[in-house]
Design a protein. Structure first.
Lengths: 314, 255
């Protein structure tokens, strides 16, 4: 029989899961130049819903945890090939050039020529499911000098004590990151139309009609420049997932939080069970050392009702 | 016992300063030696009434074995009504003690002469420090003793402490009965008033931040507090001593 047993009910885990979920906040922004266009995003997200289940096979399952995108603004800056209209001769001089020419007007000379922001926050839903198991690791403080005893390590500021650490080790991580609404197509088309109308607004009517006749449909041009195929949702999803790596970034964040960076609990080893105390005898030293018990063979497992940590002391 | 030996070893200053006199050698943890922590709690000599002299002595708990209900590690003596009661623990200890009785020729040197005529005596209520009689060795004896008791959570100054308590003590094979009872009474006093209070553990509300390693994802800490569960109809004992274990039930709250 193990010397030490700590058990925590599923109710405790559910409470901890809800607390961690409700405190989670993600903010990030980035921008890239893709040649014919530039793109940037700014996002802010939190977590909602989901459930935690301790399972009989020594795993924990978190299901249908929603990422709520409070803000996910995707800004596209597009360089449209320059188009010039006018400049043709109205009154020619035979054999000697032109007496009067129509004015020449060029548009789309800047880079980027148009820029617009797609507010995708309300149009995207994302969901995470995780199957994980609990594990313990023994962490030797990397800053602790060789040969330092446990009492000197505890007295150091900051402490150089070693720890047993309890982690959630993800076995299966499923992130359905961007389920983008069909409405994003209309959103993009309207944004492009508005941006081009705004850009051409200074032209006289005949010139605006001429430019539009040359470029055809605005969205068609933008699709061509951006190399968008038939599926706008897929293109935006690829842009966010692959080009910006948001999927990898979020997966890495979750994996790091769960497995590497943050133990959900740490237990100092050896564990101080009685603090330092005053020396009851006259003379030095003024304090006597704390009483510490070494913890060994610490292991953790769960069934469908509780999590159990067991170890030996001494 | 090795990291805080002074809780289990009591001796006069002369014995503490010459630990070869102890009834049983103390084997301290290396940190105790390194930090020059005392191995014994220094106590006053046993007074010799009517004199300023005292006798050196030592009392030591040299072995201890603990058994949680149901008892199966050792047999309790009949005086403690075996088997071990529910929710109780038993402790078997070996106690060694001895007093430093000086040789008779030395004692003779300390026999006071009659008071000098016409010399003023000190007032009777004047406190004079005891002078320990010289000691060359202690007359040691060892006894096996059995303790029954338990663990409980008691509040002091508004804070919960886990503390051991004693409700039975028996020294084996001392006669006559009155001597046994007197020694038992003294040891009970020693345990209840000195040793056991030193073994209390403050059950501090322990606060943990579950997300301290990821301030970028968790701008505000996710704090939980761990504290002992209060006794209730659903939890009749906390801590509980059962199934050969000491069980403590705690509650976890998100704050």
């Amino acid at each position: 029989m193990a010397h030490l047993t700590i058990a925590a009910s599923e109710k405790v885990f559910t409470g901890l899961f809800e607390a961690i979920r409700d405190n989670f906040q993600l903010t990030r922004s980035d921008s890239r130049d893709f040649g014919p266009f530039t793109a940037s995003y700014s996002l802010k997200a939190h977590l909602e819903d989901g459930s935690l289940d301790l399972r009989a096979d020594n795993t924990i399952q978190i299901k249908e945890l929603d990422i709520k995108w409070d803000k996910l603004d995707l800004t596209l800056g597009i360089d449209i090939p320059e188009i010039c209209v006018g400049g043709f001769c109205i009154i020619p001089i035979p054999f000697d050039g032109c007496l009067l020419r129509a004015p020449k007007i060029c548009v789309f000379s800047k880079d980027p020529d148009i820029s617009f922001t797609l507010p995708l926050g309300g149009l995207i839903t994302s969901e995470i499911s995780v199957t994980a198991s609990l594990l313990t690791k023994y962490a030797i403080n990397p800053n602790r000098p060789a040969g330092m005893n446990d009492w000197d390590a505890q007295d150091a500021n900051p402490s150089l004590a070693n720890h047993w650490q309890l982690f959630i080790d993800p076995k299966f991580l499923d992130v359905d990151l961007f389920d983008i609404s069909d409405m994003v197509g209309d959103l993009l088309e309207n944004a492009v139309d508005a941006a081009i109308d705004n850009l051409l607004g200074f032209l006289p009517g005949w010139a605006r009609d001429l430019v539009k006749a040359i470029i055809g449909s605005a969205i068609g041009l933008i699709r061509k420049i951006l190399d968008i195929g038939d599926d706008i949702q897929e293109w935006i999803s690829d842009l966010l997932n692959v080009s910006f790596g948001i999927l990898d970034f979020i997966l890495q964040l979750i994996a790091d939080y769960l497995a590497n960076k943050t133990p959900i609990q740490e237990i100092e080893d050896p564990y101080p069970i009685m603090p330092a105390d005053d020396n009851p005898n006259p003379g030095a030293p003024p304090k006597i050392v704390p009483v510490k018990i070494p913890i060994r063979d610490l292991k953790v497992y769960n069934d469908d009702k509780e999590m159990v940590i067991q170890g030996n002391v001494g | 016992m090795s990291q805080r030996p002074l809780l289990f070893n009591y001796a006069t200053a002369d014995v503490a300063n010459n630990q070869k006199l102890l009834c049983s050698a103390i084997k301290p943890h290396p940190i105790v030696v390194l930090r020059k922590n005392p191995l014994v709690t220094i106590v006053n000599p046993l007074p010799i009434p009517g004199t300023n002299y005292g006798v050196n002595f030592a009392a030591q708990i040299v072995e201890a074995k603990i058994d949680f209900h149901p008892g199966n590690q050792f047999q309790l003596p009949a005086e403690l009504n075996p088997p071990l009661a529910v929710q109780k623990l038993g402790i078997k200890v070996r106690v060694c003690a001895g007093i430093g009785c000086p040789p008779r020729d030395v004692i003779d040197k300390y026999i006071p002469p009659p008071p000098q005529p016409d010399m003023e005596r000190p007032p009777r209520d004047e406190q004079v420090p005891l002078i320990p009689l010289p000691v060359r060795q202690l007359n040691c004896f060892c006894l096996d003793a059995f303790v029954t008791g338990g663990m409980r959570i008691v509040n002091y100054y508004g804070k919960p402490y886990l503390e051991p308590f004693l409700d039975g003590f028996e020294i084996v094979d001392i006669k006559p009965e009155g001597l046994e009872e007197s020694i038992e009474c003294y040891v009970i006093l020693l345990l209840k008033l000195s040793v056991l209070p030193g073994l209390r553990i403050l059950l501090k509300d322990m606060i943990f931040n579950l997300t301290q390693g990821s301030p970028d994802l968790f701008p505000t800490p996710t704090n939980i507090v761990i504290s002992p569960m209060p006794i209730s109809p659903a939890l009749s004992n906390n801590p509980a001593i059962e199934e050969d274990q000491l069980k403590a039930f705690i509650k976890v709250e998100v704050i």
